[in-house]
Design a protein around this ligand. Sequence first.
Ligand code: 5AD
Ligand code: SF4
Length: 480
Amino acid sequence: MNVYDSDRMQDLMENVGYETIDTPEGADMVIINTCHIREKASEKLFSDLGRIRPHKNKKEEDGSQMIVAVAGCVAQAEGEEIFKRSKVVDIIVGPESYQTLPDLVGKAIREKKKQINLDFVPDNKFDVFRELAANVGDAGSSYLGGSSRRVSATKGVQKSSDFVTVQEGCDKFCTFCVVPYTRGAEYSREVSKIVDDAKRLVDQGVSEIYFLGQNVNAYHGLDSTGAPSSLAKLIEEVAKIDAVKRIRYTTSHPRDMSDDLLAAHRDIEKLMPFLHLPIQSGSNSVLKGMNRKHTRQDYFKIIEKLRAARPDMGLSSDFIVGFPGETDKDFEDTMDLVRKIGFTQCYSFKYSPRPGTPAADAKIQVEESVKDARLAELQKLLTEQQIEFNKKAEGQVMPVLFEREAPKSKKRTTTQNGRFRQGGEDEVTTRSIQLWGKSPYLQSVIVDVESEEEAANYFGKIAEVKILKSRPSSLVGTIN
Ligand code: 5AD
Ligand code: SF4
């Protein structure tokens, strides 16, 4: 979500004439987008600000100005305090009000005064993006109700998969998490606006729509009759758009895995057989301490129903080890759950206290060395499961949506007629292009193609790929 927000802010500023550069040196503006879910987020912010200071001073010595903005969760959580701790900062903007960034920059420059906006007005945010979409059209960046894409004329690269924010915020209040405080209450966008965004994206060549929300399956936006829709109904609506070939959603909460959503995995072919469903722990007492509002039995039940609906479902989760009070037995419950379910790819973290959250004040914090050992043990098991899942793909033929050139496209020597004869007089060096795409189960798939033209034919398209080899985090195949 944060990467997504950074892209949006970049788009907003490009729309008012800024260009993106790789270094703060000489920049007219620096935006630091912070994420409180990450450990020591606010310490990192102030050390980044310290590093920016000499660049800002140099700009001023040269008679110009550098505007420094702090955005994201830390901005929301710490507000004015940031101005007090760092003189470098000119603008503080929260994750629900960053659509006002160009205005804030204008004011900061004109009025030579610090600016802050921490309002929660998500609807307004999405409306701003929709308006920009209408105004900007195809020139450079385009804006789509919270989703955008940049088409580079030189590389001819376009996105084949894009995010559409459908829901923001969270009312769950897990005791370790800052999201309900920094992102605010749950809010769902209207069905018609999301369908509209999806249509505009497919007009631009996108074929996979990824619904995004902190609690995406709690989605309850209004439909055309003014009644609340479910995520399953939203998926059904978007699946009616012909050019939409694939639909995914993230991140879900077990509590909101409703029966109609489970049925959608059975009935809607365009809905991909992959689900990221964080459980955090396999121990009921830890889950209770986390205020997760579900038990390990609830999770097993959901997975059972899900697999009945779609037997080939790929599953992913988030885990936290070393939550306050977690015993060896609790951790063993997590390991046991992982062994019983079998995941395809997961994220796992050591618990780290986030200021202002209830768990941060718990007296029985787990030793760091214990957390390290548990994390290593869990990650070993999760990696084994991922390798095993990828191995099962070997020899299979699966539909792959090609997104872009793989980073490691390499040179190779061949002859003009395609047969290799080292030192032969018709020997030429060509680039062997590797394409990167996604399997239905969100695995990265890499295939070789012969030329740039052939590569261009596949971007944004789905092709059947025979998997030849599996690696721990990717598959290698050949177009069938
Ligand atoms: N400590 C460790 N991991 C955390 N997460 C969120 N807050 C914390 C924390 N305080 C993890 C959870 C969540 C993911 C996005 O980040 O697993 O699902
Ligand atoms: Fe955080 Fe829990 Fe909400 Fe997820 S469900 S965003 S972990 S409070």
